[in-house]
Design a protein around this ligand. Structure first.
Ligand SMILES: [Zn+2]
Length: 396
């Protein structure tokens, strides 16, 4: 498989990146290339799950590919980028809610060095929309005057100023990805992940074009159970009490999911840090070292807490996406539109609600779910936002 096989359902994007990677290889081997054939700063945009960071990483691999920028998927260059161990690859993956300025400065400094492998220094910034203003300014300086062999690959939901500073965007070539079709997603699950075709088709449809989510649904029974619980919510909202119960369950499920993620990551991280700081010891300087140790551990705890908040919000957001799709299905049935449903396995509930709700009432509920997503994005307390939404979803 070449590195491009990972980029699902985006033929135009792959075409563009392939030719840029070929031009980049020509630059490395000292051949002339037409102006604009290769660019130092790229911005990958697209809705969650469209594969912006996957596309950025495939491009990064092609830039380091030892076979003329082909992105063969087999050479050491392609392999080490995919394994994230390539010496000239710098990745910024925020675990918390923002990317701090010190992190950005450190990356900019190391990316300014000549590439060790003789090709390119590649900086991949996933979630560039989470750069703090100071971090954004540190990055801007580097993007304004990029070193000759440095390439910046930024990923953000859109080119909106809320997502990426106008000053940075104006210096980037924009690669717009779209949500891949369910067929394209199912196809990759079958080919790459060896998932049974019928199961892949179901998961791709239920995940609404989100490749990662489709894979989880196909493989992880708990993920399927959580989805099942979420899409059974709308039909249960027959009283105010039921609304509060459902809200409580949605929030708790997200907390549990986040806690499971944290439990898996926090312990080993803290242990590794303590080991690297050499817990224990005697002699002069120990007091200072201990103070330093406490600081580093506090720092780690802060990052872990921020990651947990993020994980909880992501889990809740996934549930809301499923809920929104449910009301969309109700609208589809209510209006008699010929569109494939997102939740074919909830067809009974969908039909029942389509009888109970006029299309405009279903639309109001769909909007209530989307509004809840926006409020969470604005840092409204999850419980408050979800309770308000659940009450608005109550059945007549
Ligand atoms: Zn290769």
């Amino acid at each position: 498989m070449t590195v491009w096989d990972e980029v699902v359902g985006q033929p135009a994007v792959v075409e563009l990146l392939r030719s840029a990677a070929a031009a980049a290889a020509d630059i490395v081997s000292g051949q002339p290339v037409p102006p604009g054939a290769m660019t130092h700063a790229w911005l990958f945009t697209g809705p969650p799950g469209s594969g912006r960071s996957v596309a950025a990483r495939a491009f990064a691999a092609a830039l380091q590919c030892e076979r003329g920028g082909l992105g063969c998927g087999e050479c050491a260059g392609c392999h080490t980028v995919r394994a994230r161990t390539h010496a000239d690859l710098h990745q910024v993956v925020p675990e918390g809610l923002s990317i701090a300025v010190h992190e950005m400065r450190a990356i900019v400094v190391s990316a300014a060095r000549l590439p060790i492998g003789g090709r390119w220094q590649v900086v991949v910034i996933e979630d560039a929309d989470r750069l703090t203003e100071a971090a954004s300014n540190a990055l801007l300086k580097a993007v304004e005057e990029p070193p000759a062999r440095t390439v910046f690959l930024l990923c953000a939901p859109s080119t909106h100023p809320d997502d990426i500073a106008v000053t940075i965007r104006s210096r980037c070539r924009v690669v717009a990805l779209r949500t891949p079709s369910a067929d394209a997603v199912a196809d990759v699950l079958v080919r790459r992940d060896k998932i049974d075709p019928a199961e892949a088709a179901w998961a791709a449809q239920a995940a609404q074009g989100h490749v990662g989510r489709a894979r989880r649904l196909a493989r992880d029974g708990q993920a399927r159970d959580r989805r099942r619980a979420v899409i059974s919510v709308p039909a249960s909202l027959t009283s105010l009490a039921a609304c509060f119960t459902a809200a409580d369950q949605l929030v708790k499920a997200a907390e549990e999911e986040a806690a499971a993620v944290s439990a898996e990551l926090d312990g080993p991280e803290t242990e590794a840090l303590e080991r690297s700081l050499g817990a224990g010891g005697t002699g002069r300087g120990v007091a200072a070292a201990v103070r330093g140790t406490a600081g580093a551990i506090r720092d780690l705890q802060r990052r872990q807490k921020s990651r947990a908040t993020r994980a909880q919000r992501d889990a809740l957001d996934r549930a809301l996406v499923d809920l929104a799709a449910f009301y969309r299905d109700v609208l589809v049935v209510g209006t008699g539109a010929e569109v494939r449903p997102a939740h074919p396995d909830a067809a009974d509930d969908v039909r029942r609600l389509a009888r109970a709700l006029a299309p405009e009432d279903a639309l109001v509920r769909l909007e209530a779910v989307l509004e809840c997503r926006e409020e969470l994005e604005l840092n409204v307390k999850p419980r408050v936002a979800v309770e308000a939404m659940a009450v608005a979803l109550r059945l007549p």
